[in-house]
Each structure stands twice: as structure tokens, then as C-alpha cells.
Design a protein around this ligand. Sequence first.
Ligand SMILES: Nc1ncnc2c1ncn2[C@@H]1O[C@H](COP(=O)(O)OP(=O)(O)OP(=O)(O)O)[C@@H](O)[C@H]1O
Ligand SMILES: [Mg+2]
Length: 372
Amino acid sequence: MTGTTIELRGVTKTFPGSATPAVAPLDLTMGDGEITVLIGPSGCGKTTTLRMINRLTNPTAGVITIDGTDVRERSLTELRRGIGYVIQQIGLFPHRTVAQNIATVPKLVGWDRARIKARVAELAELVGIEPAMLGRYPAELSGGQQQRVGVARALAADPPVLLMDEPFGAVDPIVRARLQRELLALQARVHKTIVLVTHDIDEAVLLGDKVAVLNVGGILEQFAAPDDLLAHPANEFVADFVGHERSIKRLSLSRVEDLDLGTGPVVDRSASVDEAHAVLARTGSTWLGLTADQQFLGWVPAAELAVAGAGLDGLDALEVRPPAAQVHRDATLREALELILTSSSSTAVVVNDDGTYGGTVTLESIRGGLAR
Ligand SMILES: Nc1ncnc2c1ncn2[C@@H]1O[C@H](COP(=O)(O)OP(=O)(O)OP(=O)(O)O)[C@@H](O)[C@H]1O
Ligand SMILES: [Mg+2]
């Protein structure tokens, strides 16, 4: 099943007895099959916004539609069947086993026992819960395992929409990183429309197709793709929020193939010595790269080419040094930078999917990529 678009139009929430709104008039579109992240300081209305989508809270004003239909036009049962909800602090039922927790919604909507059992087994496998854990109680699981059960429970009836309120808030950083990767892998298979709340900008940038930065009072400061947010924060609040290491964070988001790779100081080994000199002169490089059949062979110091001089018949006679730094074209800029910094080479050779030579990456080209 594919996802579903959620639209908020002028959605406002003022709690009874409160002078100021918890959520200001908010306009937001959460894309079909995408992960939309809501981030902002404590009390800025993130949970309230999620709870208005599945009508656990009613807006004071404004309209929320899912696939064009006002959520108020659906029966509560029908609406919530289509929306999985992972609540803040996991919220498993302590006196029910893992299997019973996962089966909550299927049982509610009257599936038969065999179907429920099959679905529980399927979900346990999907989120990485061992079958042996199904009979345990939540207190007998680690934080990360409880988290997975929470996700499995939310996915049980295969809802097109998933609301996740700080789903990884309760686990340590290592488990958190693993759960984040698992969520992305899972999403690549199930394509839900996910709205995920977090406090953590790194998590937002990693998981979000789009990120909404909210300020106190539910004011939307910026709604953008992660790279946009880091490259062009709309105002000081957002800049403060994304932090001072914006460029470092962006390195993890851009890939080598997004750069202008150029051909580098590289020629085919069948090229003439004159051509080789011309390439060196043009690029100002102190090393010449050689390819054969579009494969990168290695480097030759420009000085050796000069020494061999006029006596040299062809480039074949030169001794080629294997490349110290090679990156695949889908490597992140962060990986490419790491490689350049830790190898003896200031130039990394880019390798295409089919193993052919794809150009070069240098510190300069990485800097250029971030300047865009
Ligand atoms: N049931 C309620 N009655 C009155 N005020 C409420 C209620 N629920 C939330 N609020 C207030 O609305 C504001 C937004 O709360 P909300 O829980 O949406 O924030 P949040 O962004 O999820 O915060 P956190 O990051 O701490 O979870 C807060 O000021 C909160 O005190
Ligand atoms: Mg909250």
C-alpha cells in the first residue's frame, strides 16, 4: 500500500483556560510516502499537532485532510485504523505480552486468531523482534526492543499513515542510530506517510524528506528539505536550532555524484606524451592519472614524465602507482573527505557503478559542493 498526503490548513489549538495558542494557525503538507519531521523546543506544539491528525485532540480552528477528506468526516474507528501511532515514551501496555501488544489494533477490528498470529509473526520479523520474545512482557525487554514493539504495534493493521512521537527518545545513542537506520530501511519497503517528532536536529536531517522547524506557540519558522534547511536557514531561530556545524552536517547529506567531478589530470595510457604534458599544464597537477579501457590504473609523478622527456616512446613505459584514495560515486561527501584527510593523496578517484573511472574529488571540489 502506498502512502497518503496529509494537509493542515490554518490549524489552530488553544487549550481551555490558556490565553495563548499552543499551535498558531499552521499550514503544512505532509507528502505521500514521505517522512515529515516536526522539530522544535519543548512545548512548541509537536505532540499536539500529531494528536490533532488522529483526532485525539480537536483543533480550535482550521481543517486537516487526509487524501483530501476532512478527518472529521470519517468515523473515529475508521480514521484511527488508517493511522499508526507511536506515542512519546513508547507507551506499551505493561500487563500484555509483546505479541498481545502488537495485536492490539487487529484484535480491536476483529481479525480472527490465525490471521492475527500470522501478522504478529510477520511484524516481529520486520522490526527485528525474536519470536522467543513474543511471550515476554515489556518490562522484560531493553529500551530498544520496546521501541521496536511500539513500531510493530503501530504498523499492525498496515495503516498508510504513521505518527511517531519521539520514537527513539528513550534509547541510548548507539541503539538510536541503529533504530534510525532500520526505520529508513523499513520505509524503503513500506512507503508510509510518516510524521515524526524529534528534538534532535541530526535525527531530523537524517530521517526527514522534509523538516518543519516549529517555535513556541506552534509557529512554523521553516519547512524545507534537510539540505536546504542547513544551507539556507530562513532566520536566526532556525540557524540557532540547526547549530554551528551546518556545513559538517551537510557533508553527510550530499554525495560525490552531486559534485562537478570533472575529468581531472587524467589521460588514457594510449595518449601521446605531448597530450599528457598538455593535461598537466592545463590542470597544474603534479601527478598524472592513467586509464585503460576506462578503468583507472594509477598515478605517475609529473616529474618522472619530465625526466623521461623526449626519450619516452609512450606513457606505457612509466611506472604507475596504485591510487591511495578511491570512492564510489554514491559515497557521501563526508566519506570522501575522511578518505582524503587520512590518505596520502589530495585527490580521490571516483569509481562508477560499473567500475569505470568517474572523475576526481578534491578538497576544493568538496568546498565547491557546499557553496551551492
Ligand atoms: N491537555 C492540555 N491542556 C492544556 N495545555 C496543554 C495540554 N496539552 C498540551 N498543552 C500545552 O500545549 C503546549 C504544547 O504542548 P505539546 O505537548 O504539543 O508540546 P511538544 O512540542 O510536544 O513538547 P515536548 O517536546 O516537550 O514533548 C504546551 O505549552 C503544553 O503545556
Ligand atoms: Mg511532545
